[in-house]
Design a protein around this ligand. Structure first.
Ligand code: UD1
Ligand code: CA
Length: 455
């Protein structure tokens, strides 16, 4: 199949430097959603994206993405028919050409399959929708038998035609060879002086080619975006759909209206998610995990029965089972925590492994460290991992106890079962099982506090 994606329009109402089709829904460009749905169609396809306004940026996006798509330039926007015409040179002999819009992002693969099936016996497949308020859309004209006879644009419609509430979503599947012929026959004799793709329908009907219609399962699939307000509305509709899927799969959401999923969120059984959480990239929450309010979790795995408390930020980390993270914890890339680990408030961990049953409960920075099992990291502990040029590792072996306000000047090693006294600045390795402390001895002196001189 040939798949043509129209993306040349300016999107004036977005009032943006960014081409409309690159504005994101759920964290990825609208165009990326369309491409993904098209790519998921069974069989082999040839994709052509029609570029125009901001074409360089769209082209740049496409060359960075993994999608294989050709591009065609529509230098001047003379209408949807004219846009498809620009793609004609790239169309293969494949019998069907599917036409999609880059600003109708949430079209689902299942609907595209329906549409292309309608065209499989040589006719046209047209995606329509019944709308209570059809203003602005092209209306579907049907004859007495109920067969489609044409599409009339709002601006060209008569008063009675404007009452029709079946609209053209713009998406269609057309026999390729006939499409090329019909596009050559389009004339811009209409209210907008444009080459309308929709006029192809009238041409097909006059040649006796059947036009068959179908509808998408969800209303949001065919919603087009013209303004930031519409983009925001569609984002909410999409998030609501994702939330509904989670609820149906057995996840507890304290408020399905207050979750944002910008990627793929995989939840095993009995996961609970409180309000205001944002999930980015690929996140896996294993069985029994609970996520407190206002957490941000990106490209991470959280193993079973772990509690993530409020306001925690987790990025490219792996958290073991039965652990407690937060509130206000920050796990940065390369953090790997074993099971039953406790990470408390204002603790930042980066590029470090922490063994099972170890704890860092308050105010600490752990960077480039390897921490063993059952280690206690006291409040205010800092790994001094950076000398201004290079990063160095800190190793803390099993059962070590790091007193509060300790600085571990890396590279440095704390032996098994070692204890570091509070306030230690460790610059050399601490031997196992001993107390190491770097502190001036405490003294107590007789002392009279100065008193304020009377005038
Ligand atoms: C079009 C349809 C209308 C339908 C509506 C659905 C026509 C004549 N009308 O109207 O029946 O109800 O979509 O949203 O087809 N584009 C180009 N080059 C152009 C013009 C448009 O690439 O020269 C692209 C736009 O970027 C957009 C899509 O085509 O992705 C639709 O264009 P738009 O101007 O929004 O079409 P409408 O007038 O809304
Ligand atoms: Ca439009």
């Amino acid at each position: 199949m040939n798949i043509v994606i129209l993306a040349a329009g300016q999107g004036k109402r977005m009032r943006s430097m960014l081409p409309k089709v690159l504005h994101p829904i759920a964290g990825k460009p609208m165009l990326a959603h369309v491409l993904a749905s098209a790519e998921a169609l069974p069989g082999k396809h040839q994709m052509v994206v029609v570029l125009g306004h901001g074409g360089d940026l769209v082209q740049g996006y496409l060359s960075e993405s993994e999608v294989v798509a050709k591009t065609a330039l529509q230098a001047e926007q003379k209408g949807t028919g004219h846009a498809v015409l620009q793609a004609c040179d790239h169309l293969t002999d494949d019998p069907i050409t599917l036409i999609l819009y880059g600003d109708v992002p949430l079209i689902q693969t299942k609907t595209l399959e329906q549409l292309s099936q309608l065209a499989s016996s040589g006719g046209i497949g047209l995606l329509t929708q019944i709308m209570s308020c059809p203003m602005g859309y092209g209306r579907i004209i049907r004859n007495q038998d109920g067969d489609v006879s044409g599409i009339v644009e709002e601006k060209d419609a008569t008063t009675s035609q404007k009452l029709i509430n079946e609209i053209n979503t713009g998406l269609m599947a057309i026999p390729t060879k006939a499409l090329k012929t019909w596009l050559g026959q389009l004339k811009p004799n209409n209210a907008q002086g444009e080459y309308y793709l929709t006029d192809v329908i009238g041409l097909a009907v006059s040649e006796g080619v059947p036009v068959l219609t179908t509808q998408a399962e969800h209303d949001w699939e065919t919603v087009g975006v013209n303004s930031r307000a519409q983009l925001a509305d569609l984002e909410r509709a999409w998030q609501a759909a994702l939330a509904k899927q989670l609820l149906e799969s057995g996840v507890t959401l304290l408020d399905p209206a207050r979750i944002d999923i910008r990627g793929e969120l995989i939840c095993d059984q009995d996961v609970t998610i409180d309000v205001g959480c944002v999930f980015e990239g690929r996140v896996h929450l294993a069985a029994g995990v609970s996520v407190g309010p206002h957490c941000v979790i990106r490209n991470s795995v959280i193993e079973s029965d772990t509690k993530i408390e409020a306001f925690s930020h987790i990025d490219q980390a792996k958290v073991g089972a039965k652990s407690v993270i937060g509130p206000y914890a920050r796990l940065r890339p390369g953090t790997v925590l074993a099971d039953e680990v406790h990470v408390g408030n204002f603790v930042e961990i980066k590029n470090s492994e922490v063994g099972s049953q170890s704890k860092a409960n308050h105010l600490a920075y752990i960077g480039d460290a390897t921490i063993g099992k059952k280690v206690n990291v006291g409040a205010g502990t800092i790994t001094c991992n950076y000398d201004g040029v290079n990063k160095h590792r800190t190793v803390i072996e099993d059962n070590a106890f790091i007193g509060s306000d300790t600085q571990l000047v890396a590279p440095v090693r704390v032996g098994k079962g070692a204890t570091l006294g509070a306030g230690t600045t460790l610059t050399k390795d601490a031997p196992p099982d001993q107390l190491t402390v770097t502190r001036v001895k405490q003294v107590s002196l007789n002392w009279q506090r100065p008193v304020k001189k009377s005038k």
